[in-house]
Each structure stands twice: as C-alpha cells, then as structure tokens.
Design a protein around this ligand. Structure first.
Ligand SMILES: Nc1nc2c(c(=O)[nH]1)N[C@H]1C(S)=C(S)[C@@H](COP(=O)(O)OP(=O)(O)OC[C@H]3O[C@@H](n4cnc5c(N)ncnc54)[C@H](O)[C@@H]3O)O[C@H]1N2
Ligand code: MOO
Length: 417
C-alpha cells in the first residue's frame, strides 16, 4: 500500500464542508475561463461571455404603430365624431415599401403597422377613427405629435448595451440580440463532464439481474443534473472494479470534470481515491457530513475530480454540494444552489452532531417542513418522496421542532450567474 492508501484502514480525519468547498472553488478558479463563438439559435441557456452592444438603432426609422393614416398632427386639432376633418389620400406606406413623397397640408397617407412614416407626417390616426369617401378620408380623432409613431431608436440605441456579460441567456435575450442583426454570440464554454460508474454488482436497467445484483441508478441521476448545471455529459463509462480500467478512464483526455460514482470509500475494491491521489492530487477525502462522508475532491491535470459515494442519496448529495457547484462555475454560472428556497418551521426535530453538516430530506406539508422518517443514504426513494432538503450546519447539534428552516426545493430551479 502506498502512504496514501487508506483501504480497509478507515478515514483518519475528515475535512469540514467549508474546507472542501474552499479547496474546490480555489481549484475551479485556477482553470482559465474558456469562451466560444456560437450561432444565436444554439445560445439559449448559455452564459454570455462578452456584452452585446448594438451597432444599429431599433427601430431604424420612425414607423407606424397602427394600421391607419399618417397625417400632420396639427391638422387633426378639433377632429371628432361630430366634426370630422377631410384629408386627401395621396398614397400608401407599406412595411418595407414606404411612401416616397412628402405629405403636404391637407393630405394623408394610408399606412400599415410597421411601415415607415412618410416625410412631413407627424402622427398616425388608427383606421377605427377614419372613413374613406372617394379619394378622401374623414378623420374623427384629434392626435398629438408622434401619436402612434414608434420613434427611431426607442427600443435600442446605437452603442447601447443590449445584454450584459454573465447573463444566462433567456429566450427574450436571444431574440433581442437577433433584433440588432447579430447572428453569433460569445459564450462561456460548457465543461465536459465524464461519469465513471464503478461497481461489479451493478446491472443496467432493462437487463436481467441475478439475486444479489442491483440496478444501476446513479448514471440516470447524473445525466439529469449535469446538463441542469450547464455541463455537457462527455460520456458515461461503466467500469469493472479494476484498478487499470479506472486508471484508463481517469487519464483519457477530453473531460473538464470527472465524476466517479462508487468505490469512494475505504473498501478493498475502492481504487479511485488512491489512483486520483497518485495521478494528480486528492486533498479532500472524507468530509464531515451526512450522507456523503466518503466524498473525495481532487484533480488530475486541469480536470476536477469528484469521488461520489455509491449510495444513491449520497451520490445526489455529494453531486449537489460539490460537483454541481464546480460545473456551474466552469459554465459561467453562480456557485450558489440552483434551487428556490422557502422558509418554514420544522414539523419535527432533526438530530445532528456538532462538526457535521447534515443533508436532511423534507416534505412540505401544511406549511411545515417535515423531515422524512426513513432517510438512509441507500433509500433513494426518500429523494422522490421529499419536496426538498434542509441543510443542518456544522455548528448545530440539531434543530428542535418549530425552528424556522430554509428548505431548498428540488423541483424549483433558480439559475443565476
Ligand atoms: N469503513 C468504512 N466503510 C464505509 C464508510 C466509512 O466511512 N468507513 N462509509 C460508508 C458510506 S457513508 C458510504 S456512502 C459508502 C460509500 O462507499 P462507495 O463509494 O465505495 O460505494 P459502493 O461501496 O460502491 O456502494 C455503496 C452502495 O451503493 C450502491 N451503489 C453503488 N453504485 C451504485 C449505482 N451506480 N447505482 C445504484 N446503486 C449503487 C452499492 O451497491 C452499495 O449498496 O461506504 C460506506 N462504507
Ligand atoms: O455517504 Mo454514506 O453517506 O451515508 O451511506
């Protein structure tokens, strides 16, 4: 056994969650930020790396906001149902095909929504307040200057910032960038995340299993959480518990983050910790938390490696505490939790221990956060019965019933940068 080999000897000491997070954030920050230029249609949900500045005014010309008649506003003064004003219709202004002349006193131009306002006109009277009589139009509404005219640059002005860097692009952000004629944007690269699933007892869903085998669930979990956090699932590799196979999967280039599920602990077949320590570094292995205490954090070259405990709840918990946070930051998102929260009183006490952070699944019922009774780290269904979770901080010995707590809601996502 190498000096770092703790197999079958147990964790000698554990890092605190804060220490683990501090190492992780530091390691992520050392990785140079990478950006790429992509076409606009592919940019939804991506993090904008450079602010977008408009080279044009939008609209680029004064345009009609109504179907109706472009007029000289002053000439409608006093117009009403009882006192319509007669103007001569001298032409049409259509979108993309404006009226080429200039309106003079006593004239109007039939105009459509979005069409350029003819020279000389200063307002639009909507069709509802007009009546056509031969070549003339009767106007029964008094309109002020620029009424129903969309002014040049009223939406976006030349040189104005349209969307700031750091924004996770929403559909309307992408649309506004399209509206200034830009077809590409520079965004943060998404990290490639490799998932290595270890465990000789695992069988893929859909296949036959023998009595002591179990169906593999963690890759199904991670293939949902990784894209949620802005990562790209590079590959899922199902690997036998053999040192050389795990070593190859760790060393192959192409991943920014490597998640190893299972084999994180101190069992005889738990090869991953020793390998990561020897191929790179594993400064965190064993965290004072429940579940997920065997979690490991390290790196090999520029790739961040997270050892996720095999127990599915621990896998989810360790992913959310550490892996997701790293992936979000690499994707240019916030390191904070991607869940909406609510404050509720606890329905029942939660036991904990000083020095240990607890991840406690709760149901929300009748305005209270009810801790789930059966909630061991192997009870995956506890996470589907739960609405969210409460974090009991290391400084706390536990929380009595009625304590106000913050519930992080699994199904209400909240993405920020
Ligand atoms: N001496 C010690 N033993 C253990 C400790 C410890 O501190 N000292 N910690 C325990 C805790 S806590 C956990 S969690 C586990 C984590 O161990 P591993 O990461 O090595 O996980 P495995 O042994 O491979 O698996 C644990 C459990 O989960 C099932 N599993 C594994 N992978 C999957 C998967 N992809 N899908 C579904 N289920 C999976 C596996 O069959 C086991 O039942 O270590 C304890 N031991
Ligand atoms: O992380 Mo293990 O967390 O409790 O079964």
């Amino acid at each position: 056994m190498s000096p770092q080999d703790i197999r079958m000897s147990g964790f000698q000491s554990r890092s605190t969650v804060d220490e683990a997070l501090a190492w992780l954030d530091g390691a992520v920050q050392e990785i140079p930020q990478q950006v790429e230029e992509i076409s606009l249609e592919l940019s939804h949900g991506r993090t904008l790396a450079e602010r977008v500045v408009s080279q044009i005014d939008v609209p680029g010309f004064d345009r009609s906001a109504m179907d109706g008649y472009a007029v000289i506003a002053d000439e409608t003064t006093g117009a009403s149902d009882y006192n319509p004003i007669r103007l001569q219709v001298v032409g049409d202004s259509m979108p993309s095909n404006g009226y080429s002349g200039e309106i003079r006193s006593g004239q109007a131009v039939r105009t459509m929504t979005g069409a350029p306002i003819p020279r000389g006109a200063s307002a639009v009277v909507p069709a509802e307040y007009t009546e056509v009589v031969d070549d003339n139009v009767l106007i029964s509404l008094t309109v002020g200057q620029f009424k129903h005219i969309g002014r040049t640059g009223e939406d976006i002005q030349i040189g104005g910032t349209v969307v700031d860097a750091g924004r996770i692009l929403r559909p309307q952000d992408v649309a506004v960038i399209a509206s200034i004629g830009q077809a590409k944007v520079t965004v943060r690269k998404q990290p490639f995340v490799r998932v290595i699933i270890t465990g000789n007892e695992l069988v893929r869903p859909g296949e036959q299993k023998r009595p002591h085998q179990i169906y593999e669930a963690n890759s199904s979990l991670l293939s949902g959480t990784i894209p949620r956090d802005g990562g790209i699932l590079e590959s899922v590799r199902f690997i036998e518990d053999s040192e050389s196979a795990i070593r190859n999967a760790l060393l192959e280039p192409g991943a920014d983050v490597i998640l190893v599920s299972g084999g994180s602990s101190v069992g005889a077949e738990d090869f991953a910790p020793g390998l990561v320590a020897r191929l790179g570094e594993l400064p965190i292995h064993g965290v004072a938390m429940r579940p997920s205490s065997p979690t490991g954090l390290g790196r090999i070259g520029n790739a961040i490696v997270v050892l996720l405990p095999g127990n599915p709840v621990s896998c989810l918990c360790a992913y959310d505490f550490f892996a997701g946070r790293a992936i979000r930051q690499l994707a240019g998102r916030s390191k904070s939790w991607p869940f909406r929260t609510i404050e509720l009183p606890l329905g029942r006490k939660i036991a904990s221990a000083i020095g240990r952070t607890d991840y406690c699944r709760v149901r929300v019922e009748a305005g209270k956060a009810i801790p789930l009774a059966i909630s061991g780290a192997s009870i995956l269904s506890s996470t589907t019965r739960a609405d969210g979770f409460v974090i009991v901080p290391a400084a706390s010995e536990g929380l009595p019933a009625e304590t106000p707590v913050t519930v992080l809601l699994y199904s209400e996502l909240f993405m920020t940068n």
